[in-house]
Design a protein around this ligand. Structure first.
Ligand code: GAR
Length: 187
């Protein structure tokens, strides 16, 4: 199997990155993580790139030409697939167009409900019964591209934001690799 050269974008803890790395080390998993990009120089997730000797790059998204730096590196590492794993920055139209149907994102809600930030506090305020996560293709509109996988759980009365996050992330660790397998199943 020829694995797709993949870049994972992160901004924080990197627990999804860690999970994807461990899946990608199996011979029958369709992607190889060839590059990690972060917009946060203090992202804890960088330790996983270091540990597994994956090249990583900090992109200062406050600089004017940051987009060119991203595109340059994606080309340099021959990246053909991109996973957004807790990347808290909107991807530009230009990048979306260049990698059409090649960028996927994981979001901590049952999209199309609760797009954007602060999903758990909004769910609790809204007295939602269900929560979960969604893996979807990235389109020009925030959290709106077509769905690949969704996983659901029922919210308990005493679930707070922290518990919701934990329960959601446990499902994310299943949903993200499943979505990747689904995309490349027939390739
Ligand atoms: C994940 O739960 C992901 O769903 C969320 O950030 C977390 C990152 O955790 N993404 C978003 O909210 C994107 N809008 P991680 O850094 O431990 O993988």
């Amino acid at each position: 199997m020829v694995k797709k050269k993949t870049c994972v974008f992160i901004s924080g803890e990197g627990s999804n990155l860690k999970n994807l790395i461990s899946h990608s080390r199996k011979s029958n998993f369709p992607i190889k993580i060839s590059l990690v990009i972060t917009n946060n120089i203090n992202a804890k997730g960088i330790i996983f790139a270091k540990k597994y000797k994956i090249p990583f790059i900090f992109i200062n998204t406050k600089l004017k030409n940051y987009e060119n730096k991203i595109l340059f590196n994606l080309k340099k590492y021959k990246i053909t697939f991109i996973c957004l794993a807790g990347y808290m920055k909107i991807i530009s139209k230009n990048l979306v167009n260049k990698y059409q149907n090649k960028i996927i994102n994981i979001h901590p809600s049952l999209l199309p409900r609760f797009k954007g930030l602060d999903t758990f506090s909004r769910m609790l305020k809204n007295k939602e019964k269900k929560a979960g996560c969604t893996v979807h293709f990235v389109s020009e509109k925030l959290d709106s591209g077509s769905k690949i996988t969704q996983k659901i759980f029922f919210i308990d009365d005493n679930d707070d934001e922290l518990i919701l996050k934990k329960k959601t992330q446990t499902l994310e660790y299943k949903a993200f690799p499943e979505a990747i397998i689904k995309i490349f199943r027939n390739n």
